[in-house]
Every structure is written in C-alpha cells, then in structure tokens.
Design a protein around this ligand. Sequence first.
Ligand code: F6R
Length: 586
Amino acid sequence: MCSIIGYYGKGIAAPILVKGLKRMEYRGYDSVGVATESNNQIELKKGIGKVNEVNSKIHLDTLPGKIGIGHTRWATHGKVTDFNAHPHSSNSGKIAIVHNGIIENFEELKKQLEADGYDFKSETDSEVIANLLQKHYEKTGDVKETILQTVSEIKGHYAFVAMFENGQLAAARFHEPLIVGIGQDDFFLSSDVLGFIEFTDDAIYLENGTFVILEKNKFQILDFNGEHAKYGITKVSKEFGDAYKGDYAHFTLKEIYEQPETILKAGEKSEEAVEQTVDYMRHSKNIYVTGSGTSYNSALIAKQILSKYAKVRIEPIIASELQFAPDSIEENSIIIAISQSGESADVLEAVKIGKQANCKIIAIVNLLTSSLAREADVVIGMNCGPEIGVAATKSFTAQLVILYKIVQKLSNNKITINFEKFAESIVETLENTTKIQQTAGKLKDVSDVYILGRGINHPIAIEAALKLKELTYIHAEGIAGGELKHGPLALMDTNVFVIIFNPNDSTYSDTLTSAREIKARGAKIIGVSDIESDVYDYWIKIPKINQVLYPISEIIPVQLLSYYAALEKDTDPDYPRNLAKSVTVK
Ligand code: F6R
C-alpha cells in the first residue's frame, strides 16, 4: 500500500530515493517524505501530494548524506497530513523510520510509551515503531538487539526501515514485501524492485520474519530469533524497470494500447505450468478460484467458460471473504489464485488458508518474484510487463487469455482460438476511438451508470462498472440482465446512462428487450455490440469474432470509455483518489 525505500552507499542518497519513490508511487500517493543521515545527524522533509509536486515545493532531493530512507503513503491510520506523512522520527530525533503495513497493537504500545514519557506527533500506528526502537536502543546500544526486541512487541503485518543517527540502516519484514538490492558500491531496501532496478538487478527477497542490518560494505540477514537466516540473490527481470509512458499521456492509456501484444504473451513460457494445472484440475474434486477486485472478476468469467466449454465446475471466492468461511475449502483441493501484483494481502491470506487445508496452489500472476509466486506450487505468468496505472487493464485481459488456454486444454481443444487474428481485431477497436471519445463526453455530468449483461457478459458488466468507478468516480453498477425487473428498473429515468453488453450470442434478443424496457423509462443507452440497433443512443461497435472471446473485446472499449470520461472529469486516470495499485494490507 505504501512504498518504503532505503539507500546505503557511495552516492548521494536523496536523489536516488526520490527517483525510486517516483517509480513506486503506484503503491500509495497521498504524501511523501525522505530522511537522510549526514555527520551523525538526521534531516527530514515530508509533505502532502505526489512525489514530483512535493519535491518541487520542498526539494526532498537536496537533503545531504549517503544514507537515507523514503516513503510514499496510502493512509490507513490518520488523515492525509504533513504530520502523518513518513518518515517518522523518534522523540530524540536520533532514529527515523518508514513503515508499510499495519501495527495492530499500536494503541496499547502507544499508551505504554506515553506512560514512559514519549510524545506522539502523528495519528499513525507507525510512530510507535520509531519510539519503541529508541527505547530499546537507549537500553542496549545495539541495533540487532533493538530490532529483535521491537519485533517481539509489535503485532500486525509490516515492513519497516529504520535509520539510526550513527548511520546504520536496518529493515524488518513480516507479511509485507521487502527486497534488498545489492549494487556495486551500495545497498538498497525497497518494497518493490522498481525502487532500485535502475541501479542493480541483483536482489534478495527477504523471507518473512527476517531483518537485515546494513553497514559499510557488509550486510547481515537474521531471523526474529537472532539467528542467521538463509537467503539467495536473484537476478531481477529488467523489463519491470521499463515503466515509461513513452508518447502516451498516461500509463493507463499506454497499457490499454499494449493489449494486442500482451494477449499474445500471456501464459508464454508457462506451457508446462498450464499442463500441470490441467492435470491437477482433472484429478481434483474441488477447484476454487480466488482473487480481489478485477482479478476476482476473472474468476467469475472462469466459472462461465470452464462450465460451458470444458464441463468443469469451479467455485469463485472473493479472497477477502475466505477468512470468514475457511471451512468452505475442502481438504486436498485446488486453489487457483489470480493476482497481478502477487502481493495482495487478501489473496495471500486466502492461499494460507488453502495451504492449511492441504490444497495445491496455482498462481496466475504477473510478478514472478512476488510473494504469491513464491508460495504457489504452480506458477503461470501473465507476462504483460509492468502495469503502473492503478486500474487493472492489460493484466485483466492477460488473465482471461490464460484461462482460455486452460479451458482449451481441459476441453481437449473443443474450442479453438486464433489469438493472432484476435489481436488484429483489438487493433481495430483501438484505432477507431472517435465514437468512444464522443460518448465519454456525454458521461461528464452523469452521476449513475448501470451496466447490463447476461451470461458471460454479466461478469464483464461487473468489471466494466469497476473501471468506471475507479477512473471517473461515477457511481456504476453491473447488473445481470434478467435481474432488471427484480429491482433495478425502479432506478431508470432520464438522469441515468445504461451500458448494454449485447454481442451476437445466445443472450442477444433477451438483452435487446431489456434495452427497450430501459429506454421506455427515459434512460440513455450505450450499446456495446457487433450489431447496430435503433435502441442504442450511442453504439460502440465491437468486432464480429469467435463468441468465446467477447469478454475481452467488450471490456477494451469500456476501458477506453472510462479513461476518456476520466479526462472529461479532470480526474487522474493513473492514480485514482484513495486507491493504491498493490493492496498489501487486509
Ligand atoms: C481494479 C484493480 C483492483 C485490483 C485488486 C487486485 O482495476 O486494479 O481491483 O484488481 O486490487 O490486485 P491484484 O491483482 O494485484 O491482486
């Protein structure tokens, strides 16, 4: 949710940290701060806003010194204020920390520290870490002992980096990501390899329940018992560092336009993993598919295509719900966990529950070095490259392609898909956006949009509603066509817009009837279909293709519609308010 970063080396820390934070801004972007150490003194600057805005106002990158820490925040405890921004320093000012995650027992710890005479300047849970570290450091004078005592007291999910006035840097990880970058003459600590990929591609993914202490030219990695912990140095794919907008105005637009290529890459080099998955699926009584947000919507589509084309039944489960019904998982089943980032806390929790029930875990994931990929028995790569825009676009269609590949195999190739030809049809949609842009202009002052689809088009309506909400802040709701008369029809009047997913499949004529019923109540209709109709006020044409692929060809124009409507409404499509790309807290 937040991003944390640390630098220890021969370069000037602050500009390196600011660059790294900029690249990790997708993790949280309501405030930013940097602290550095120089001549045994800690200096700190922080403020509200995105990295570039704050940096141009208060010049974070001019802080002196070769050791430093930094943070971009996604608020959990306390409003978005300068005081609540990180880094936080301890009362003595001799220790500063940045933290990602949640300290569940912070109130209790805060009370104890206040009783010991410590003051708190922020409303955050994170500030207790700084003061606990100070308390233990004053007693022990030893960084290792200080970290051990601190982690034994804090409860929750966290990764933090602590900088001591004497220039030592330490960082601990418990259920939040933390990676050590090993450079030529320097060390990096970061929530994501993007924080340092420009400088080194040698990385250590710290195991859960371990910490690292950095000193001149050396580092030690220990577990929470103080014993040396095992680690390995991994070569990180540089591709994930290539997160540039190029000629596009926004990452989101670039990522939408990358889809003709990314659908061809999805699942590439994972052929064996797909085979293995199919084999597990053939031999398992129960198959659960889990994910959050867009990735969960893929699970809904998986249910439809698997039952229709491969006669395989699966149960989609919202990842965050599983913890409240762990008994719904039968022992020795299969869990397919879908996640772009591989770091969503809810998905990782669902996997943990699955492992306790002795399930095989199959991950469909974009980041092959992520926690999910490391937890899984089988990993299928989305291969869609870095997705920076907070709203999932190309990762969604990559997930669907992988699901199609699984269905193809499971059905013994009963469905045949020519992905190359399909990619060409997507190019066609992407090259003809005038209608989509004009329609987006009509949504500018609309407060409610309903999105209707039947059968396989229903989960796409849900996903389309999610895109519209995130990017435009317009209230949007996906509805199963047949449910219209069971309630939502009451909402239809001249103030609403309804998007109708109505491709030429078995749902076509029923959905056309729904469109007429809605139109009769005065609502405006945007028809997404390969067949024109006079019922649509605005027709967004999709190509005539293999029916099984309608979900992908339907969602792409709505991704564009949401993007252009966001521009009309002057919202930031890459960084919607209150959201973060990687939701690493529960
Ligand atoms: C929606 C969106 C989110 C993510 C969700 C899961 O556009 O981006 O709903 O889909 O947070 O993220 P991953 O797939 O990284 O687990």
